[in-house]
Write a protein of this length. Structure first.
Length: 293
């Protein structure tokens, strides 16, 4: 290797705007709104995302929607292995070639899965971190699905629509606190980790993106199942303006039973869902589904 090319890995070249457009043209891909494809074309943004994700050199990172490989290359610089899930066959076919061309030394550490992320329940390697630029229209379902099916995921960072980022990280009492906020809290702590402008993407979206970092917490000590707790959450927010006594009537089989569950859980029946934390929803589910003797 010549002295001119002996750059440290931290400043290894990343895909720029011209590279992204060239790769897309080579395989005849035009970004589609249907798949929520907005490719990152700015290397500094990639480095910022990878840094904010706090990926350890010994970790295996799960990336969803790698597209043409912008973030993939940055992750390969930081992690031991990267497993990428891509739904678009044309993009999936090109990605290993791009990895071999740009990061030949890391090609064996890259694993590609051609699939819809919402249907993936097994991977060739167990990931410990999730780092992804997620399509706006499926971001929340994808995050919840992956956290459910891959308990090995201990932390991560996802880039989503800025408004969705705020909702995921919202806390009780906030006007934007809702179903995504509480269900995400079932798995761990979510926090807003930054805002990304529109001009670092191709094509440029019409709204800003937000970064959400998460840390998985230990499983809740409860006999209630995830499905039982999520059913309470869905019912509580289906009619936000109603008191919990009224909102949970259908779920409980009547307003009187809803009130009994709420009182047993230590929750004011006149309160509304947006003031409750995940612990309160768990207690309500437990009151409705008492542990068998």
């Amino acid at each position: 290797m010549t002295e001119a090319n002996s750059e440290p890995a931290a400043v290894a070249p990343l895909l720029g705007a011209a590279d992204i457009r060239r790769l897309a043209e080579e395989i005849g891909v035009r970004p589609t709104k249907t798949l929520g494809q907005n490719f990152v074309i700015d290397g500094n943004t990639i480095r910022r995302i990878v840094s904010a994700a706090g990926v350890d050199p010994e970790e295996t990172v799960l990336e969803v929607g790698p597209g043409l490989g912008s973030l993939t290359l940055g992750l390969l610089d930081a992690a031991k292995e990267v497993v990428a899930v891509e739904i678009d066959p044309a993009l999936a076919a090109k990605l290993p070639e791009t990895v071999r061309a740009w990061r030949p030394e890391a090609a064996d550490n890259f694993h590609l899965v051609l699939s819809d992320a919402m249907k993936v329940t097994e991977l060739p390697v167990q990931p410990t971190a999730l780092v992804a630029n997620l399509p706006y229209n499926v971001a929340v379902p994808v995050v919840l699905h992956l956290l459910e099916h891959f308990p090995s995921l201990r932390h991560g960072l996802v880039m989503v629509q800025d408004e969705v980022a705020d909702r995921l990280a919202a806390t009780p009492g906030s006007k934007i606190y809702g179903v995504p906020s509480v269900k995400a809290a079932w798995y761990g702590q979510m926090r807003k980790a930054g805002v990304i402008g529109m001009n670092v993407f191709w094509p440029a979206p019409k709204i800003h993106s937000g970064l959400v970092a998460f840390t998985r917490q230990e499983a809740h000590s409860t006999h209630a199942t995830r499905e039982q707790v999520f059913a309470v959450i869905d019912a509580a927010f289906a009619q936000r303006r109603k008191t919990l006594r009224a909102a949970l009537a259908g779920w409980a089989g009547g307003a009187a039973e809803a009130e009994r569950c709420l009182v047993a859980a230590g929750v004011d029946p006149a309160a509304r869902g947006e003031v409750l934390d995940i612990g309160a929803f768990i207690r309500i589910a437990e009151a409705r589904h008492p542990q068998a003797a």
